[in-house]
Design a protein around this ligand. Structure first.
Ligand SMILES: Nc1ncnc2c1ncn2[C@@H]1O[C@H](COP(=O)(O)OP(=O)(O)OP(=O)(O)O)[C@@H](O)[C@H]1O
Length: 216
């Protein structure tokens, strides 16, 4: 089953189309990477797919729902390159605070386990590595039982070991049925995905509508 369906998507800023006639689908549990250079339109496309930006043409469906019109009906979460900053709080305090305003949250231990952060509950946010901070953002998204993740450059600014760790978590989540759409500028990072769509000047030049392995 396709969880993310993007058809003929266009997003415009003023006179300029940042995303032009983009179509692709992502199956349940699949990891799809949007690869493109600076300014290719990756973030804009992610924002539209996550329902944070209204398209000027085409359609987006996530689990059959228009994410812009009915964002609250979806269990989908976004992780941005500039993630949360939680100075003065431990990992457990950040997660507990987040749980308080999340409807029907996972347990703190469950979200931390899924994000690969078990055992770090008492560590102050300032002492986390950059990779652990990224994973804490993932844990906060997972608290809401999200099974669709949108990530913008998940390993940007991370060292190789931290990048490995983040992708280990993403692959483990995918194996449990979580669908992942990740934007990246790095071909090496894109290769970790099940499928890659190459975005150039707003157009998907490869990786658009086609049969994908998990749907076959
Ligand atoms: N809010 C905005 N207003 C006007 N133009 C914008 C806005 N956001 C993005 N753009 C333009 O849209 C195009 C695509 O930008 P976008 O940020 O989506 O690219 P990107 O592939 O994510 O780039 P990067 O790798 O640098 O993050 C660029 O030309 C950018 O300047």
């Amino acid at each position: 089953m396709d969880v993310i369906e993007v058809r003929g998507l266009r997003v415009r800023f003023g006179e300029r189309d940042a995303v032009r006639d983009v179509s692709f689908t992502v199956a349940r549990g699949e990891v799809y990477a949007l690869l493109g250079r600076h300014g290719a339109g990756k973030t804009t496309l992610l924002e539209a797919a996550a329902g944070l930006r209204r398209p000027c043409g085409g359609t987006v469906r996530v689990c059959g729902i228009d994410p812009y019109e009915r964002r609250g009906a979806l269990r989908a979460g976004t992780v941005w390159r500039d993630g949360g900053l939680f100075p003065g709080l431990t990992v457990a305090e950040v997660v507990d605070a987040w749980r308080r305003w999340t409807l029907d949250p996972l347990t703190a231990a469950g979200a931390l386990r899924l994000a690969g952060l078990s055992g770090l509950e008492d560590v102050p946010f300032e002492r986390l590595t950059p990779g652990e901070r990224r994973l804490l953002d993932v844990a906060l998204v997972l608290l809401a039982r999200s099974d669709v993740l949108f990530l913008d450059e998940p390993t940007a600014d991370l060292g190789e070991a931290s990048g490995e760790r983040v992708w280990g978590v993403l692959r483990a989540l995918s194996a449990q049925g979580v669908t992942v759409l990740a934007a990246t500028r790095a071909p090496d990072e894109a290769r970790r995905a099940d499928r890659v769509g190459i975005l150039d000047d707003g157009r998907l030049v490869t990786g658009g509508d086609q049969t994908h392995p998990k749907a076959a």
